[in-house]
Design a protein around this ligand. Structure first.
Ligand code: ZN
Length: 201
Protein backbone atom coordinates (compact mmCIF):
# COMPACT_ATOMS: atom_id res chain seq x y z
CA UNK A 1 0.00 0.00 0.00
CA UNK A 2 1.17 3.52 -0.72
CA UNK A 3 0.59 6.27 1.78
CA UNK A 4 -1.58 8.11 -0.73
CA UNK A 5 -5.17 7.99 0.44
CA UNK A 6 -8.06 8.98 -1.80
CA UNK A 7 -9.24 12.45 -0.86
CA UNK A 8 -12.71 12.03 0.59
CA UNK A 9 -15.16 14.76 1.39
CA UNK A 10 -17.61 14.86 4.23
CA UNK A 11 -21.27 15.43 5.02
CA UNK A 12 -22.66 17.96 7.49
CA UNK A 13 -26.39 17.90 8.29
CA UNK A 14 -28.11 20.98 9.71
CA UNK A 15 -31.66 20.21 10.83
CA UNK A 16 -34.39 21.50 13.10
CA UNK A 17 -37.96 22.79 13.12
CA UNK A 18 -39.21 25.73 11.13
CA UNK A 19 -37.81 29.05 12.41
CA UNK A 20 -34.77 27.33 13.95
CA UNK A 21 -32.31 29.17 11.68
CA UNK A 22 -31.32 26.26 9.39
CA UNK A 23 -31.02 28.36 6.24
CA UNK A 24 -29.16 31.05 8.18
CA UNK A 25 -26.65 28.47 9.41
CA UNK A 26 -26.31 26.96 5.91
CA UNK A 27 -25.67 30.40 4.42
CA UNK A 28 -23.12 31.19 7.18
CA UNK A 29 -21.12 28.02 6.45
CA UNK A 30 -21.24 28.57 2.68
CA UNK A 31 -20.16 32.23 2.99
CA UNK A 32 -17.15 31.15 5.07
CA UNK A 33 -16.18 28.70 2.30
CA UNK A 34 -16.48 31.48 -0.28
CA UNK A 35 -14.25 33.74 1.82
CA UNK A 36 -11.72 30.88 1.82
CA UNK A 37 -11.80 31.04 -2.02
CA UNK A 38 -13.53 27.68 -2.36
CA UNK A 39 -15.96 27.20 -5.20
CA UNK A 40 -19.45 26.74 -3.80
CA UNK A 41 -22.63 25.49 -5.50
CA UNK A 42 -26.03 25.70 -3.85
CA UNK A 43 -29.18 23.70 -4.55
CA UNK A 44 -32.77 23.58 -3.35
CA UNK A 45 -35.85 21.65 -4.43
CA UNK A 46 -37.97 23.42 -7.05
CA UNK A 47 -41.27 21.87 -5.79
CA UNK A 48 -42.33 21.64 -9.44
CA UNK A 49 -40.65 20.32 -12.57
CA UNK A 50 -38.89 23.48 -13.66
CA UNK A 51 -35.15 23.83 -13.34
CA UNK A 52 -34.55 27.47 -12.43
CA UNK A 53 -32.16 29.83 -10.70
CA UNK A 54 -33.56 30.80 -7.33
CA UNK A 55 -32.32 31.83 -3.90
CA UNK A 56 -32.12 30.27 -0.49
CA UNK A 57 -33.39 32.88 1.92
CA UNK A 58 -33.15 32.94 5.70
CA UNK A 59 -35.82 34.51 7.91
CA UNK A 60 -33.60 37.49 8.60
CA UNK A 61 -33.21 38.24 4.91
CA UNK A 62 -29.81 36.74 4.07
CA UNK A 63 -29.82 35.07 0.69
CA UNK A 64 -27.62 33.05 -1.65
CA UNK A 65 -28.19 32.16 -5.28
CA UNK A 66 -29.16 28.50 -5.80
CA UNK A 67 -30.18 26.09 -8.52
CA UNK A 68 -33.75 24.91 -7.96
CA UNK A 69 -34.12 21.32 -9.18
CA UNK A 70 -36.76 18.62 -8.92
CA UNK A 71 -34.46 15.59 -9.07
CA UNK A 72 -31.46 14.70 -6.93
CA UNK A 73 -29.53 13.17 -9.84
CA UNK A 74 -29.47 16.54 -11.65
CA UNK A 75 -27.14 17.76 -8.92
CA UNK A 76 -24.44 15.34 -10.12
CA UNK A 77 -24.63 16.80 -13.65
CA UNK A 78 -23.98 20.32 -12.36
CA UNK A 79 -21.07 19.66 -9.99
CA UNK A 80 -17.72 20.02 -11.77
CA UNK A 81 -14.32 18.96 -10.47
CA UNK A 82 -13.48 22.50 -9.35
CA UNK A 83 -16.48 22.69 -6.98
CA UNK A 84 -15.38 22.03 -3.38
CA UNK A 85 -18.47 22.78 -1.31
CA UNK A 86 -22.11 21.94 -2.04
CA UNK A 87 -25.02 23.36 -0.06
CA UNK A 88 -28.49 21.82 -0.26
CA UNK A 89 -31.42 23.57 1.41
CA UNK A 90 -34.83 22.00 2.23
CA UNK A 91 -33.21 18.62 1.55
CA UNK A 92 -36.28 16.80 2.94
CA UNK A 93 -38.23 17.62 -0.24
CA UNK A 94 -35.94 15.54 -2.48
CA UNK A 95 -36.69 11.83 -2.99
CA UNK A 96 -34.52 9.34 -1.11
CA UNK A 97 -32.24 9.26 -4.16
CA UNK A 98 -30.65 12.35 -2.60
CA UNK A 99 -28.86 10.01 -0.15
CA UNK A 100 -27.03 8.23 -2.98
CA UNK A 101 -26.32 11.53 -4.70
CA UNK A 102 -24.76 12.98 -1.55
CA UNK A 103 -22.79 9.78 -0.90
CA UNK A 104 -21.38 9.98 -4.44
CA UNK A 105 -20.39 13.63 -3.97
CA UNK A 106 -18.67 12.92 -0.65
CA UNK A 107 -16.73 10.05 -2.26
CA UNK A 108 -15.67 12.48 -4.99
CA UNK A 109 -14.03 14.63 -2.31
CA UNK A 110 -16.77 17.23 -1.86
CA UNK A 111 -17.86 18.86 1.38
CA UNK A 112 -21.67 18.64 1.39
CA UNK A 113 -23.82 20.66 3.79
CA UNK A 114 -27.47 19.54 3.79
CA UNK A 115 -30.09 21.54 5.67
CA UNK A 116 -33.69 20.52 6.25
CA UNK A 117 -36.65 19.88 8.50
CA UNK A 118 -36.07 16.84 10.68
CA UNK A 119 -39.75 16.37 11.63
CA UNK A 120 -42.92 17.09 9.68
CA UNK A 121 -45.98 18.77 11.23
CA UNK A 122 -47.06 15.41 12.71
CA UNK A 123 -43.74 14.92 14.48
CA UNK A 124 -42.72 12.17 12.02
CA UNK A 125 -39.12 12.09 10.68
CA UNK A 126 -39.11 13.87 7.33
CA UNK A 127 -38.07 12.12 4.11
CA UNK A 128 -34.40 11.21 3.83
CA UNK A 129 -33.29 13.23 6.89
CA UNK A 130 -32.97 10.22 9.25
CA UNK A 131 -30.70 8.43 6.74
CA UNK A 132 -28.64 11.54 6.13
CA UNK A 133 -28.17 12.17 9.85
CA UNK A 134 -26.98 8.59 10.28
CA UNK A 135 -24.35 8.73 7.55
CA UNK A 136 -23.24 12.32 8.25
CA UNK A 137 -19.82 13.18 9.66
CA UNK A 138 -21.53 15.79 11.80
CA UNK A 139 -25.10 16.76 12.43
CA UNK A 140 -26.42 19.88 14.10
CA UNK A 141 -29.93 20.03 15.46
CA UNK A 142 -30.96 23.65 15.84
CA UNK A 143 -33.73 24.78 18.18
CA UNK A 144 -36.28 27.49 17.65
CA UNK A 145 -38.07 29.36 20.44
CA UNK A 146 -41.52 28.05 21.44
CA UNK A 147 -44.08 30.70 20.51
CA UNK A 148 -46.28 29.70 23.49
CA UNK A 149 -43.85 29.45 26.42
CA UNK A 150 -40.40 30.59 25.27
CA UNK A 151 -38.63 27.25 25.84
CA UNK A 152 -36.46 25.59 23.21
CA UNK A 153 -38.66 24.27 20.41
CA UNK A 154 -38.03 21.47 17.96
CA UNK A 155 -41.57 20.79 16.73
CA UNK A 156 -43.33 22.53 13.86
CA UNK A 157 -46.99 23.17 14.74
CA UNK A 158 -49.31 23.34 11.73
CA UNK A 159 -52.42 25.47 12.24
CA UNK A 160 -55.41 25.35 9.91
CA UNK A 161 -57.94 28.17 10.34
CA UNK A 162 -56.21 28.83 13.67
CA UNK A 163 -56.74 25.26 14.99
CA UNK A 164 -54.00 22.61 15.39
CA UNK A 165 -53.91 20.42 12.28
CA UNK A 166 -54.91 16.77 12.63
CA UNK A 167 -52.50 13.90 11.95
CA UNK A 168 -54.37 12.81 8.82
CA UNK A 169 -55.11 16.25 7.36
CA UNK A 170 -54.03 16.44 3.72
CA UNK A 171 -50.80 18.28 2.99
CA UNK A 172 -52.63 20.68 0.67
CA UNK A 173 -55.94 22.11 1.81
CA UNK A 174 -57.57 24.29 -0.81
CA UNK A 175 -59.17 27.43 0.59
CA UNK A 176 -57.94 26.96 4.16
CA UNK A 177 -55.83 29.55 5.89
CA UNK A 178 -52.84 27.81 7.37
CA UNK A 179 -49.56 28.67 8.95
CA UNK A 180 -46.80 27.15 11.05
CA UNK A 181 -45.28 27.89 14.46
CA UNK A 182 -42.28 26.56 16.37
CA UNK A 183 -43.34 24.84 19.60
CA UNK A 184 -41.74 22.83 22.40
CA UNK A 185 -42.77 19.25 23.16
CA UNK A 186 -45.27 20.40 25.83
CA UNK A 187 -46.98 23.01 23.67
CA UNK A 188 -47.04 20.96 20.44
CA UNK A 189 -50.60 19.72 19.75
CA UNK A 190 -51.53 16.76 17.52
CA UNK A 191 -54.52 14.44 17.80
CA UNK A 192 -52.44 11.26 17.82
CA UNK A 193 -48.84 10.25 18.34
CA UNK A 194 -46.79 8.77 15.53
CA UNK A 195 -46.27 5.02 15.85
CA UNK A 196 -42.64 5.30 14.64
CA UNK A 197 -43.29 2.16 12.68
CA UNK A 198 -42.38 2.81 9.09
CA UNK A 199 -44.83 0.20 7.82
CA UNK A 200 -47.66 2.19 9.32
CA UNK A 201 -46.58 5.81 8.87
ZN1 ZN B 1 -43.73 25.62 24.81
Amino acid sequence: MTDQKAKMGHLEVVCGSMFSGKSEELIRRLRRAEIAQQKVLVFKHSLDNRKTIDYIVSHNGNKLKAFALSSATEILELVDDDVSVIGIDEVQFFSNEIVNTIHTLVNRGKRVIAAGLDLDFRGVPFGSIPLLMAIADSSTKLKAVCIKCGDNAHFTQRLINNQPAKYNDPVILVGAEEFYQARCRSCFVIDRSPAYNYERI
